[in-house]
Design a protein. Structure first.
Length: 391
């Protein structure tokens, strides 16, 4: 038995030849405690719906990724994160949850109630049971001042600590075969919403970033030599400076389909690893047409979180749907392996239980919880057999 969310994951984590459970009609906000700034929700709620419900209560999540159509359960189960070196991923914001386990019982857990199950189930990759409800620690709703602008890669890498430490949320996208990056800095502000009228948001985020970029990708799939000339002819949006509610600043529309692999590595290794990836691309003869996304988070205490125990940099590589990716992804993975890189649980990678075990301090503790709550492997599948070993 497996549970599937919005289908955003690139792996076969939710695939099964048994029963597949879909929680699309199990997506309500059950309660909001304004005094504690906590909300309890059903596991099938999408992040987009959750954001709107929290905003109506004057609340928000302190950090989010850039996709809002995921279910909250799918996001936390795969260790989804945003960016901000003083902030953890979404699973770090959980304060309690209920899990339906293999024997049909509903188990409640938190830091004080069955804490081992809590630490294991916050990132359980669907292998421990079915997340039923999740209680999230929220913050008062806030606005973000966003500045997006192109820079040179060498400049960003030379001043990386200044940008990462000097902004609440910092990320950048390196454009392969160039020396350019697009940076994004988000910081809290009391200023009113301002700076990006609807027509400009549609022009930049939909027409250029999705329609134009998607057209270039489709052409590049059959005529790779045409990709860069087309991209050079797309209008440049240059610098953007705006203020919006936090949840609408974090998330962006994504209409172009792709394959993705993402690795978490120690923050201090970021610049050197990115230079190695760039050197491989430049020497490989591969035509890489998707930017490389780079983000940062605080360390956390979630057993299978990709940021467990260390400040982390995330390096994500992409290939347009329908194009070969294995040579590129394996080369990048080999570079990340040098520093004990941890793959995103919902994105493509080639690791196994044997290669992953040394990378997580609490691996054996997580496995002990798995044996306790699913001794017969009711929630196992080919993916969990590969990355965790047979139940």
């Amino acid at each position: 038995m497996k549970v599937v969310g919005s289908g955003h994951s690139f792996t076969d984590a939710a695939c099964t030849d048994g029963s597949l459970v879909v929680l699309d009609r199990y997506g309500q906000v059950l309660s909001v405690d304004r005094a504690q700034a906590q909300a309890t929700v059903q596991a099938g709620i999408t992040i987009a719906d959750l954001n709107r419900a929290l905003a109506a209560e004057g609340l928000a999540l302190e950090n989010l990724g850039d996709i809002a159509y995921q279910t909250i359960s799918g996001a936390v189960s795969t260790s989804t994160h945003g960016t901000g070196v003083k902030l953890g991923g979404i699973a770090q914001q959980i304060v309690g949850l209920e899990l339906v386990t293999a024997d049909g019982s509903v188990r409640s857990c938190s830091r004080t109630e069955d804490p081992d199950l809590f630490d294991a189930a916050r990132v359980g990759v669907g292998a421990l049971g079915i997340l039923s409800t999740i209680t999230l620690q929220c913050v008062p709703a806030f606005r973000l001042h966003a500045v997006e602008e192109p820079m040179k890669l060498d400049h960003v890498l030379e001043h990386l600590d200044e940008y990462v430490d000097g902004n609440e949320h910092f990320e950048f996208f390196y454009v392969p075969h160039t020396r350019s990056v697009l940076t994004k800095r988000n910081n809290r502000t009391d200023a009113p919403v301002d700076g990006m009228p609807r027509w400009r948001e549609w022009y930049e985020k939909v027409l250029i970033d999705n329609v134009g970029f998607g057209f270039a990708q489709r052409v590049g799939r059959v005529r790779p030599q045409w990709y860069r000339p087309i991209m050079r002819r797309l209008p440049s949006t240059g610098r953007s400076d705006y203020v919006k509610p936090s949840y609408s600043t974090f998330a962006s529309p994504r209409f172009v389909h792709f394959y993705e692999m993402e690795y978490s590595v120690p923050r201090a290794a970021c610049a050197e690893l990115l230079r190695e990836v760039k050197a491989w691309i430049d020497a490989s003869g591969e035509q890489i047409t998707f930017p490389i996304e780079v983000r940062f988070t605080a360390g956390d205490d979630v057993w299978l979180s990709t940021a467990q125990g260390r400040e982390s940099c995330y390096i994500a590589v992409h290939v347009y749907r329908g194009r070969p990716y294995e040579r590129y992804f394996r080369a990048v993975e080999a570079i990340m392996n040098q520093v004990g890189g941890r793959p995103h649980w919902g994105k493509l990678h080639f690791q196994t239980a044997d290669t992953l075990r040394p990378r997580y301090e609490r691996w054996d503790d997580w496995q002990a919880v798995r044996r306790r709550v699913d001794p017969g492997g009711r929630f196992a599948n080919a993916y969990t057999d590969r990355v965790f070993g047979p139940a």
